[in-house]
Design a protein around this ligand. Structure first.
Ligand code: XMP
Length: 316
């Protein structure tokens, strides 16, 4: 990865010349590694843009801002676009429609930010090799789109911007090694992957602020318990999903009628195939009790035991 880093820096400089680059940060490892690598290559020519689309996990925006502004001193524009994204997603329930809406708005925001800095000729993204493969076809099967990851498939022609994607040939484990090589803090490098469309695809059906709030809280409890049990690094990805199904429950003397929360945890090497994580029942029971007691709007918890294939990691 030391050699890859030097080679990438050379390639980025060749591609970009003296042009300005905007890099979209998602809160995940990939875009952070891409940004730090590009910053090493071209310094002040890079502006990072972190879009808060209202679909982030608890505390995520603060963590990203702290890492870039304080740790790296890399200029970062923090765009508060919750109303824009949640407004456009109102009533949208189809998973691909959600991805397309979010992808289009990301482009609009990047375009607006580019104008503010006098026009960027390049847009940088942390696209990985599996993103490219999974957007095009499914290994071994016919050429059908499983999920169109929002950051794959080029830019609209009117944008007049070129893509810079220095991680396009890498798998996640390699990106983590590169991140360490670039001095990213271990806690950030080891973070579970987080999809660009964020919590939108962990909220099957229509998205509401109430559902997102409940989902964020449930997810934070689940991850806190996983960390506490020392399991975070063994698991590839763990998260909560809020289902568009309400069920009847009883709490104290009263009837409840609230949403179901599904918990997902998988082990994987590259995200292309995955196995569900075999938690012990005591652990799952503890998490379920905490979520139901502490999160308003959820009264039932289930655990997803589907591997990939035939499931996918995310529910949408
Ligand atoms: P699936 O659900 O396809 O997920 O098994 C494989 C990996 O990709 C992530 N993922 C996404 N990442 N945009 C992204 O940036 C997307 O639309 C998207 N969909 C899935 C998922 O979190 C997992 O790590």
């Amino acid at each position: 990865m030391g050699a890859y880093r030097d080679e990438s820096i050379r390639k980025i400089r060749d591609q970009v010349g003296t042009g300005k680059v905007i890099c979209g940060l998602s809160g995940g490892v990939d875009s952070a590694v891409a940004a730090v690598l590009i910053h090493e290559a071209i310094g002040e020519q890079l502006t990072c843009v972190f879009v808060d689309h209202g679909l982030l996990r608890q505390g995520e925006a603060e963590e990203v801002v702290r890492l870039f502004r304080d740790h790296y001193n890399i200029p970062l524009v923090h765009v508060e676009a919750q109303d824009l994204f949640l407004g456009a997603l109102e009533g949208v329930s189809d998973p691909e429609a959600k991805r397309k809406t979010i992808g289009r708005l990301f482009i609009d925001v990047f375009e607006a930010e580019s104008k503010k800095i006098g026009g960027a000729a390049f847009l940088a993204q942390g696209t990985l090799y599996p993103d490219v493969i999974e957007s095009v076809s499914f290994t071994g099967g016919p050429s059908v789109t499983i999920k169109s990851h929002h950051n794959v498939g080029g830019l609209p022609e009117r944008m007049n911007m070129q893509l810079v994607e220095p991680l396009r040939e890498l798998f996640k484990d390699e990106v983590r090694v590169l991140g360490r090589e670039l001095g990213l803090p271990e806690a950030f490098v080891g973070r579970h992957p987080f999809p660009g469309p964020g919590l939108a695809i962990r909220c099957p059906g229509t998205i509401t602020v109430e559902k997102l709030d409940a989902l964020r809280k449930a997810d934070a409890i689940y991850l806190e318990e996983i960390r506490h049990a020392g399991l975070y690094d063994t698991i590839w990805q763990a998260f909560a999903v809020i289902l568009p199904v309400k069920t009847v429950g009883v709490m104290g003397d009263g009837r409840t009628y609230d949403h179901v929360c599904a918990l997902r945890a998988v082990t994987s090497v590259d995200g292309m195939t995955a196995d569900f994580y075999p938690f012990d029942m005591t652990f799952l029971g503890r998490v379920a009790t905490r979520i139901i007691n502490e999160v308003k709007g959820i009264n039932r918890v289930t655990y997803d035991i589907t591997s990939k294939p035939p499931g996918t990691i995310e529910w949408e």
